[in-house]
Write a protein that binds this ligand. Structure first.
Ligand SMILES: [Zn+2]
Length: 162
């Protein structure tokens, strides 16, 4: 499988396949050091972007380093992630043609005040990279706070994929 990183219409850089990929194939592993979630949150507190991927019960994250960290989010993705023994694989959920950009659904679950707006352009775009249940949770929190949720921790963007 040959993957390349180049600029993407979705966001900054993206990951593209040069060869066709069959549905069900493992495309690439989400590699990087494993660190404790609270350590990662501290490390990236002031960082505008993170490439963290939650594994296991969520107390550990993979601090993305390598090809897979460039794969963009889409609400209508051609890949999904699969966790086995605390390793995370990007897997094709349909046949993918040569030249296509690889995408999966980030299902973000912790972003503080970041809107994590989605620009994937798909017909069923939910306008957010958060998981649907996280979107509902955030709406509840915002309602409780009387629309003042934006005051807490403003300026930090810590997001973990799942
Ligand atoms: Zn979208």
């Amino acid at each position: 499988m040959s993957l390349i990183i180049r600029s993407s219409a979705i966001h900054a850089a993206g990951c593209y396949t040069m060869t066709p990929i069959r549905k069900g194939a493992r495309v690439v592993e989400y590699t990087g050091p494993r660190i404790a979630k609270d350590v990662a949150d501290e490390k990236y507190e002031k960082s505008p972007t993170t490439y963290l991927f939650g594994v296991g019960d969520g107390t550990m994250v993979i601090d993305g380093h390598g090809t897979a960290m460039f794969i963009n989010h889409s609400c209508d993705p051609n890949c999904e992630t699969e966790e086995m023994d605390r390793r995370v694989w990007i897997k094709a959920i349909r046949n993918i043609a040569a030249g296509e950009e690889l995408t999966y659904d980030y299902r973000l679950y912790d972003g503080d005040d970041d809107e994590a707006r989605c620009n994937c352009g798909s017909k069923n775009c939910r306008r957010s990279m958060y998981a649907p249940e996280e979107i509902r949770r955030r709406a509840r929190v915002a309602k409780k706070a009387g629309g003042r949720a934006g005051e807490r921790n403003s300026g930090t963007r810590r997001k973990t994929k799942k």
